[in-house]
Write a protein that binds this ligand. Structure first.
Ligand SMILES: NC(=O)C1=CN([C@@H]2O[C@H](COP(=O)(O)OP(=O)(O)OC[C@H]3O[C@@H](n4cnc5c(N)ncnc54)[C@H](OP(=O)(O)O)[C@@H]3O)[C@@H](O)[C@H]2O)C=CC1
Ligand SMILES: Nc1nc(=O)c2c([nH]1)NC[C@@H]1CN(c3ccc(C(=O)N[C@@H](CCC(=O)O)C(=O)O)cc3)C=[N+]21
Length: 301
């Protein structure tokens, strides 16, 4: 952080830290209530199948967190931990089995997958009604045409936080940094559906900082540690930091950091989400919310 960057608006009050972790805890309590009602009506708990191929330690941690929080929210999880050399046909056979299993309402295949498996083929094999990640082209199409859909968890978590703080988002200027299928694109779509004026920027954009400085709402999902400093921020803006970057420290340890330089941005913004404790926990809470929604929709007809 440069002195210049931290002092461009010296009169501003420091930004509020948005507690995504606490919000996610409240959201999981809502899901638990809904799951209990579902169980009373359907005679079973909502079910979530979680597939992990390989033994990447970070992915193992995420999968454990998801299963523990699912149990706490009254959702049964069905873990499928497959060896790293699993081939595509084996994975597709498992998905076909889960598509046909009435106890399973949601199917999550942890990404990234090993190189021998094509992500697109796997995503397209999942029954769209059980696609709790919202990555299937049917759900992507439904979201982009404003129909009810299973919506990707990370952008859904961002939207819920924004609506909690701002209520109606109509007419707000929103800038999304990043255009991945998982975060950036569905985020733009959700903000557009909520009547924001949306700009999506990426690695080929010109004058990224100027685009970002026009934003009342700035959502950052680039995967570059602390890239966004105070010079990207409009005074008073709400900044959501999706980035999860593990950086090595000198003592051999590591720490998690976002795509936003939290301290620098806090001198200018109105409110900022931290990493950890921001969007990450919201993602997992929204996965459980989507599982409950899928269970309700599957038993409604
Ligand atoms: N909190 C959570 O729950 C989750 C967090 N994440 C994290 O969010 C981050 C983004 O993830 P994801 O969307 O999957 O990442 P991707 O790598 O798929 O996409 C990154 C996007 O950022 C753009 N980009 C990269 N460098 C720059 C740059 N210098 N200037 C402008 N744009 C740039 C890329 O542009 P281009 O398209 O032109 O290449 C691309 O659109 C990661 O840190 C990831 O770990 C992801 C999912 C969930
Ligand atoms: N099919 C699929 N769906 C996903 O949603 C998906 C995925 N694959 N692959 C990986 C990414 C990443 N992701 C995160 C979820 C929670 C935290 C999270 O809870 N983070 C904690 C910190 C956890 C820690 O300390 O490591 C926090 O930010 O506070 C982070 C990242 C979901 N993803």
């Amino acid at each position: 952080m440069t002195d210049q960057a931290s002092n461009i608006y010296p009169e501003a009050a420091p930004a509020e830290r948005i507690d995504g972790k606490a919000f996610a805890t409240a959201l999981r309590a809502d899901v638990a209530e809904g799951s209990a009602r579902f169980r009373a009506q359907a005679g079973r708990q909502p079910g979530l199948a979680v597939i992990l191929v390989g033994d990447d330690p970070a992915s193992q941690v995420y999968v454990k967190t998801k299963m523990r929080q699912a149990a706490d929210a009254g959702i049964t999880s069905f873990p499928h931990l497959l060896p790293g050399n699993t081939n595509q046909d084996e994975l597709l056979q498992l998905i076909a089995l889960l598509n046909g299993d009435d106890q399973v309402d949601g199917i999550l295949v942890q990404l990234p997958l090993p190189a021998q498996i094509e992500e697109k083929a796997v995503i397209e094999a999942i029954d769209p009604a059980k696609d709790v990640d919202g990555f299937h082209p049917v759900n992507v199409g439904r979201l982009s045409t404003g129909q009810s859909a299973l919506v990707p968890c990370t952008p859904l978590g961002c939207l819920l936080l924004l609506q909690d703080r701002l209520g109606d988002l109509s007419g707000k200027k929103a800038v999304v940094v990043g255009r991945s299928n998982i975060v950036g694109k569905p985020m733009g779509q959700l903000l557009l559906n909520a009547h924001c004026t949306v700009t999506t920027v990426h690695s080929r954009s010109q004058d990224l900082a100027a685009e970002c400085r026009s934003a009342d709402i700035l959502v950052v999902a680039v995967g570059r540690a602390e890239m966004i400093d105070a010079s990207y921020i409009k005074p008073g803006a709400i900044v959501l930091d999706v980035g999860i970057n593990r950086i090595a420290l000198e003592d051999g340890q590591s720490r998690l950091t976002g795509d936003v330089d939290f301290d620098a941005v806090s001198t200018v913004a109105g409110a900022v989400t931290p990493v950890p404790g921001g969007i990450g926990p919201m993602t997992v809470a929204c996965l459980l919310r989507n599982t409950l929604s899928a269970a309700q929709a599957r038993t409604a007809h």
